[in-house]
Design a protein around this ligand. Structure first.
Ligand code: 3HC
Length: 277
């Protein structure tokens, strides 16, 4: 998702630095951006190949890449983190960034399942800390959840709402609660779809067809779970169950999901999940 966030900011002319642990991860990010930009360019400038390539060139010229966190953060106005969903790792990252970044820069996490305030507490700027939650695929999905903790200042919240609008997104404000709005509703729905198949009610293919044609969803729950990543889905459900903040009946352990993740079948990104790709 980091690559998608970098892309949409660069498309609007923001000077962005995409930071990752190593060059190969950065290369992967650049690959995602390149192929997505081609789609966006084709859509925006239908028959004009010159305009398409100008748009791609100018967007790419706004993106720098780096493995040097200190250098990249020392003059950043806004830092959006999209690393692995692990509280300790996020706290460690933000604690380092707090010492490097300008005192007035805003910190935001794209976490989908961790409490923003727990990450923010690793810094001395909880007033300049909020959630900024994008959706996959970031260049296409219009929504951003701006998550305000009890410490986020109105000024920070306002700045992030405006930033989201400048990216042509529609921001909504949400309290710092498990799953915010979308995942709080979506995750129990995805899990219940798996349980429905476990009960032998229907096949994954028929459930997907039903929800697409009967409820107007662009993807059925199995296609969407594979798209989001079964490890992500499992880690959100496990975290909520273990944390006890969400009704445990909504996030019971599901054998099919656990087995797929254990086997490394994580969905689209591994070529196999509920379906093969
Ligand atoms: N970059 C840029 N544009 C993209 C894109 C990408 N990576 N992927 C798709 N698009 C655009 C296409 O260009 C196309 O644009 P157009 O309709 O304006 O011409 C449009 O999306 C549709 O693409 P396709 O025709 O290729 O494919 P589909 O019609 O099958 O749509 C989809 C693909 C947009 C992914 C659609 O199936 C969809 O909306 N699925 C649901 C996605 C969703 O629910 N995401 C949220 C997941 S939850 C989440 O992210 C939260 C996290 O915390 C877990």
């Amino acid at each position: 998702m980091g690559a998608g966030i970098v892309q949409v900011a660069a498309q609007k002319g923001y000077a962005v630095t995409m930071v990752d642990l190593d060059e190969s991860s950065l290369e992967r990010g650049k690959g995602i951006i390149n192929s997505s930009l081609k789609r966006v360019a084709k859509k925006q400038f239908k028959d004009d190949e010159q305009k398409q390539s100008e748009f791609i060139k100018s967007t790419l010229s706004s993106i720098k890449t780096s493995t040097d966190l200190s250098k990249s953060a020392e003059s950043a106005d806004l830092i959006v983190e999209a690393i692995v969903e692990n509280l300790q790792k996020k706290q460690k990252l933000f604690s380092s960034l707090d010492k490097i970044a300008p005192k007035d820069s805003i910190f935001a996490s794209n976490t989908s399942s961790l409490p923003i305030i727990e990450i923010a507490k690793a810094t001395d700027r909880t007033d300049k800390f909020a959630g900024l939650h994008f959706f996959n695929p970031v260049p296409q999905m219009k929504l951003v959840e701006v998550v305000k903790t009890e410490s986020t200042s109105d000024e920070t919240h306002h700045a992030l709402m405006e930033f989201s609008k400048k990216l042509d997104k529609t921001p909504v404000t949400c309290k710092d609660t498990p799953g915010f709005i979308v995942n709080r509703l979506l995750v129990p729905y995805l899990l219940e779809a798996i349980r429905l198949v476990e009960r032998g009610v229907a096949t994954p293919g028929d459930v997907d067809t039903a929800m697409k044609l009967g409820a107007g969803m662009p993807m059925g729950p199995f296609e969407l779970s594979d798209f989001v990543g079964l490890d992500t889905l499992k880690s959100i459900a496990d975290g909520w169950r273990e944390g006890g903040q969400v009704d445990s009946n909504l996030v019971v352990k599901i054998k099919t999901l656990d087995d797929l993740v254990r086997a490394g079948n994580l969905g689209r990104k591994t070529g196999k999940g509920f379906f093969s790709y």
